[in-house]
Design a protein around this ligand. Structure first.
Ligand code: FES
Length: 94
């Protein structure tokens, strides 16, 4: 099972998840405080995550991320990026 390491203000939490879940869903299921003002619909950027490693193990960037201007390799919307393998992210807005 994929492992996700969340960095929230320097506090690291590592969890396992099913492949295909979004970073936001994985985080919320495990008590990680990820903001999600638009309800996970890709219309805000409060769930923004900085990819520290394993970016190739996230699902492909989608139109919602492009539309919100999230185009840097190191940045993903937590509610849109699916986990397909091990990844480490920093939660930017808490
Ligand atoms: S929760 Fe709003 S874009 Fe992800």
């Amino acid at each position: 099972m994929p492992k996700v390491k969340f960095d929230v203000n320097g506090q690291i939490t590592e969890v396992e998840t099913e492949a295909g879940e979004t970073l936001l869903q994985v985080g919320l299921d495990n008590g990680i405080p990820i903001e999600h003002a638009c309800g996970g619909n890709g219309f805000c950027t409060t769930c923004l995550c900085k990819v520290k490693s394993g970016g190739e193990n996230l699902g492909e960037r989608n139109d919602k991320e492009d539309n919100m201007g999230i185009t840097e390799v190191s940045e993903r919307l937590g509610c849109q990026a699916t986990v397909e393998g091990d990844v480490e992210v920093e939660v930017l807005e808490t």
